[in-house]
Design a protein. Structure first.
Length: 149
């Protein structure tokens, strides 16, 4: 996402109009519009004021991704009881249909046994609990997959 779009999305997320932002920063509405269309960019002092107004760090404002921010908020706000009720395989299978069909093709017991060994090894060697061990393995697997791309 580019800076102009970041500024636009951040302003919208806060429910502010260009006029309101301009008034709070002591600039014209046209200036806000030019920043959001990347005709011009705010100086560092105005950028810091924007970040404060939008309840973001300056880094977050520069790299703001509305989808990622929303996902992070959902994760933070999901209670364990509710999370336990969610069928994650079913939810993700709408995007990745393999999740509903691999069971007929893959020797699950073989892979599960190897994964269980790795979980136990992490727990013993690093004194991780079961959840932390699972999260570490998941993260390692993700990075291996990402590196292959």
């Amino acid at each position: 996402m580019n800076l102009g779009n970041n500024l636009f999305q951040s302003r919208k997320k806060e429910g502010l109009s260009q006029e309101t932002v301009a008034e709070k920063l002591g600039v014209s509405r046209q200036t806000i519009s030019k920043w959001e269309t990347e005709e011009t960019i705010p100086d560092i002092y105005q950028a810091k004021k924007l970040a404060k107004l939008y309840h973001l760090s300056l880094d977050e404002l520069m790299e703001f991704d509305v989808d990622l921010k929303e996902i992070e908020q959902v994760i933070q706000n999901t209670k364990e009881e509710k999370e336990a009720k969610i069928d994650w395989t079913n939810a993700w299978s709408k995007k990745y249909p393999i999740l509903t069909s691999y069971q007929k093709q893959v020797d699950i017991k073989e892979y599960a046994s190897k994964i269980r060994e790795m979980l136990i090894k992490l727990q013993k060697e690093y004194d991780f609990n079961t959840l932390d061990s699972m999260l570490v393995l998941k993260d390692i697997l993700y990075h291996e997959w990402k590196d292959e791309k």
